[in-house]
Ligand binder design. Sequence first.
Ligand code: SF4
Length: 438
Amino acid sequence: MKKMKEANTAAKVCLMRCPDYAPDHVAAAIAAGLKLLNIPVRGRVVIKPNLVLAHAQKAPSAFTRPEVVAGLLENIRHEAVTEVSIVEKSGVGVSTHVMFRRAGYRTLADRYGISLCPLEEEEKVKVPLQQGKVHQSLLLSKKMHEADTLIFMPKLKSNVLSHGLTAALKLNIGSLDDRERMWHHDYLLDEKIVDILEAVHPRLVVTDAVEIAMGGNQMTEHGHQLGLIIVADNPLAHDLVAANILHLEPNQIGHLQAAIKRGYTPATLADIEILGDYPLQEVMARTATLPTGMMRVEDFDSPLAIRCGTPYCTGGCHGIFLDWLYMLRDRSPQRLNRLPAIPAIIGRTEEEITAPRLLVIGDCAARSPHLHGKQLRIAGCPPTHRDLMLKMGLRTRVLAPFVRADMVWDAYAVYPWRKWLKRKNRRVDHDNETAPRP
Ligand code: SF4
């Protein structure tokens, strides 16, 4: 297994200065990092960026910028590379096809002659797992599974659903289509992330940290200039360094600890060779005052009286609701004060709660035995962001910033239509392949 191979050589993480997104600066920083690592990039290359959501007004800072992908493409244009594809699945219910356009990737594809592959429209293969704790197998993009060189390109940002950190390991959630992605996106999220790593393990990580996104919702949080590109040969090493950059304690990040427990290496910062022209201490000095937004959801300041039951799901109901509150604060802070002053129950509680109206978030909360009053339920384990936005709008009349004509069109018209069309075309192809010869 790949993790065994890693055990014999020190993992390397290069911190490269890159003051801005100017093409020559980005390409030079990546070139220097690749030279230090000396990793062969060859054959069919698949790049997996972070395009969970891209929108010029509402989500401008939390996706991998095309300039950084272009910088990598400039550096891997050689004979040994036969094909380059970008495979991604944007957030649940979001069309990746549209996100490629919004994020500027279509221009990139035209310029470099590469393929853009929305995962939800791609051919899939079932991949069995040997060590899966949440999944016994995964349905993965065939292209990604068969790649000769898999390159992860995360955006460095904070994320309250994953103990404060989104980097290389968490990026793998976007290797799954919606249904598998939401399966046990709850208190088991950490183990789920490590399951995926067994089947989708990058050879190289190149991270956009020129501008990092911090302190709010994983899609809408605001950007902060850091002037860094990270180039690494090991995703766990990358994330241990990334956690330090965000002043997070790796021992508190569940998915990193779960990966270490399962035998992935390295286990500590001391086992990593940190290279490059941007010393870690200097990077950390620049991020020292940036918040990650990590807190328990009931501590978020809003008119709602939030009561937490069990389990407390950082990656599920509790984290998703906290993320939704941050979304309002990031992009429409005035709407926070319009929330009703009513109890919001998340997780199953034994408490006796009486109120004219109660918000009941998730399936566990709905099983609370002593709630008295009209229940405004949002079902799911956990509810998706899309459901939460829609139903909170209907139940409380507080609309999320994404409730805009262009984004509603993307989510409720383009997304299902493209999935249907793709499936139909595939069925036609399949019928043609299997039809008996005349
Ligand atoms: S319903 Fe919510 S609180 Fe309960 S297990 Fe699922 S994600 Fe966790």
